[in-house]
Design a protein around this ligand. Structure first.
Ligand SMILES: Nc1nc2c(ncn2[C@@H]2O[C@H](COP(=O)(O)OP(=O)(O)OP(=O)(O)O)[C@@H](O)[C@H]2O)c(=O)[nH]1
Ligand SMILES: [Mg+2]
Length: 206
């Protein structure tokens, strides 16, 4: 029998290999309610082809799943998104996007395990879904920044109005972003890293 070729497993693609200068890695979670743009953000900023676990939304989900934006949204994350970005030559961030449908929220605890920090993505049309998300991060002691994903038909609020509405302390950064744009998503991650650095400097966390 000819087994030629069956004993060679292809190695990682060149573009997926970790930069040889990398010295430290941190796990970051991208979290938020249904359809706020988590998969989009991981995909736009990742330097490797992101791993996604998107499934087509079907009629079976009617009455079970959140149907906001269902006219345009055809797939939803059922487990997680995974991507990677080198923030500096030495520091690599591993990005984990959580599922937004409430029936998959039980997976969050596992995804939060060992996370250095989180990005809470919000859509100003549905601020209420963010409360649960932020409450869970606070329970787990995971520091976070808030990124307002700017959808064209979403109401716009001043940052301080959002801070009051979301009941956030003055130290928590809130920034606007467009999750589809790599530079914008990268800015969000840089804001998170600066915030984590300031917490470490003041000895508050992490
Ligand atoms: N206009 C606009 N559309 C966006 C933006 N980010 C995401 N979208 C669109 O919004 C939809 C939802 O994005 P997803 O990335 O699937 O959202 P998600 O949070 O991963 O969704 P779930 O995993 O189902 O919770 C997609 O159709 C995106 O193309 C944005 O910044 N602006
Ligand atoms: Mg998703």
């Amino acid at each position: 029998m000819d087994f030629k070729g069956s004993d060679t497993i292809p190695g990682p693609r060149a573009e997926d290999q970790l930069p040889h200068t990398a010295q430290a890695a941190a796990k970051i979670v991208i979290v938020g309610g249904f359809g706020v743009g988590k998969t989009t953000m991981v995909g736009s900023v990742s330097e490797i082809t992101p791993l996604t676990t998107e499934e087509t939304m079907t009629q079976a989900g009617i009455g079970v799943d959140d149907n906001f934006g269902s006219a345009t949204k055809t797939a939803t994350t059922v487990a997680m998104d995974f991507g990677r970005i080198s923030i500096t030559e030495q520091l690599v961030l591993y990005l984990f996007g959580t599922p937004g449908q409430q029936r998959f929220w039980f997976l969050w605890n596992g995804l939060f395990e060992g996370a250095l920090g989180a990005v809470v993505l919000i859509d100003t049309r549905r601020l209420e879904v963010s409360f649960d998300v932020m409450g869970r991060l606070e329970e787990r002691g995971v520091p976070f920044v808030v990124a307002v994903n700017s959808f064209p038909d979403a109401p716009r609020y001043a940052i301080e109005e959002l801070r009051t509405a979301l009941d956030l302390t003055p130290d928590i950064p809130i920034i606007e972003c467009d999750a589809r744009r790599r530079a914008s998503s990268r800015d969000v991650l840089m804001t998170l890293m600066r915030f984590l650095h300031s917490l470490a400097m003041t000895g508050s966390r992490p």
